[in-house]
Ligand binder design. Structure first.
Ligand code: 5RP
Length: 229
C-alpha cells in the first residue's frame, strides 16, 4: 500500500530528528513538512531527550509553532552562526544541483538561515524530486515594474502571486511583494541565483544552491538521503 504524501512528509521529518543533539542552535524553515518536524521536536523536549535546543524561525508561522511546542526561540542577533538548518523544499532539481523554495513565501528568511548554517538538512516527500515549480522572488514594491522587465529580459515569465486571504498581491512576512517566475529548466542554476539577486529591487530568490542533505520520505514507507552540492 502506498503511503499518503502527508505520511511521507512525516517520515522525512522524523528522520531529520536523528541529526539533533542537545545544545544545538537550529534554523527552522517553514511549511507543512517542517510543521511535522516541529511537532517531533516538541515531543523530544517534553520527553527529556533534548533539553537545550535553540531555534531561529524563518516565518511567523514557524515562530508561533515553535513557541506552542515549548522550543526556545532566539534570533541571529544572539547567534551569528547556526549549527544546523532544517527546512522543506518545493523542488529538488538533482541535475541542476539546486533546490527551489519559497512556495510558502518564506524564502528570504529561509535563505538567511540556509546560508548561516554549518549544515543543512532538507526534508521532502518523493513528489518533490525533479518537480517543475516556478522560482519565487521577493521584491521591494518600489522596484516592481523594473524587476518584471529585467526578469523578461533574462527569459523568465514572472507574475505577482495573488493573496488567498485578501484582494491583491501576496505580501511576505517582511512586507514585500512575492512574484513567481517560470524559467526554462536549464536556466535554473546557482548562476541564476546570483544573477537574480544582482537586480536592484530583488531582495531574494528561491534558488538554493548550498550543499545539503535531502531526506526523502517515500511511498513504500522507507526513506533515502540524497546529497546536493
Ligand atoms: C516555504 C518553503 C517550503 O519549504 C516549501 O514551500 C515546502 O513546503 P511544504 O513542506 O509545505 O511542501 O520554501 O517558503
Amino acid at each position: 500500500m502506498k503511503l499518503t504524501i502527508e505520511n511521507r512528509k512525516r517520515i522525512a521529518a522524523e528522520v531529520a530528528c536523528k541529526f539533533l543533539e542537545d545544545g544545538l542552535v537550529l534554523g527552522v524553515g517553514t511549511g507543512s513538512t517542517v510543521k511535522y518536524f516541529i511537532e517531533f521536536l516538541g515531543k523530544m523536549i517534553r520527553n527529556g531527550a533534548l533539553r537545550n535546543i535553540y531555534a531561529v524561525p524563518s516565518s511567523y508561522d514557524t515562530h508561533f509553532r515553535l513557541v506552542q511546542e515549548g522550543v526556545k526561540v532566539v534570533s541571529l542577533i544572539e547567534f551569528d552562526e547556526l549549527d544546523l538548518t532544517i527546512d522543506g523544499a518545493d523542488s529538488v532539481l538533482m541535475n541542476n544541483n539546486v533546490l527551489i523554495k519559497g512556495g510558502g513565501g518564506a524564502l528570504f528568511r529561509e535563505k538567511v538561515i540556509n546560508y548561516a548554517a554549518r549544515k543543512r538538512i532538507i526534508i521532502v516527500d518523493d513528489t518533490k524530486i525533479n518537480r517543475r515549480f516556478p522560482i519565487p522572488v521577493e521584491v521591494h514594491h518600489f522596484a516592481i515594474g523594473y524587476v518584471l522587465k529585467s526578469l523578461r529580459e533574462l527569459g523568465l515569465k514572472a507574475s505577482l502571486r495573488s493573496s488567498k486571504c485578501k484582494v491583491g498581491p501576496c505580501i511576505s512576512d517582511n512586507g514585500n511583494i512575492l512574484l513567481d517566475a517560470e524559467a526554462p529548466l536549464e536556466l535554473i542554476t546557482a548562476e541564476l541565483e546570483v544573477k537574480l539577486n544582482s537586480i536592484p529591487g530583488i531582495l531574494e530568490n528561491g534558488i538554493f544552491s548550498k550543499e545539503a542533505e535531502i531526506v526523502v520520505g517515500k511511498a513504500d514507507g522507507s526513506y533515502e538521503i540524497l546529497k546536493l552540492g
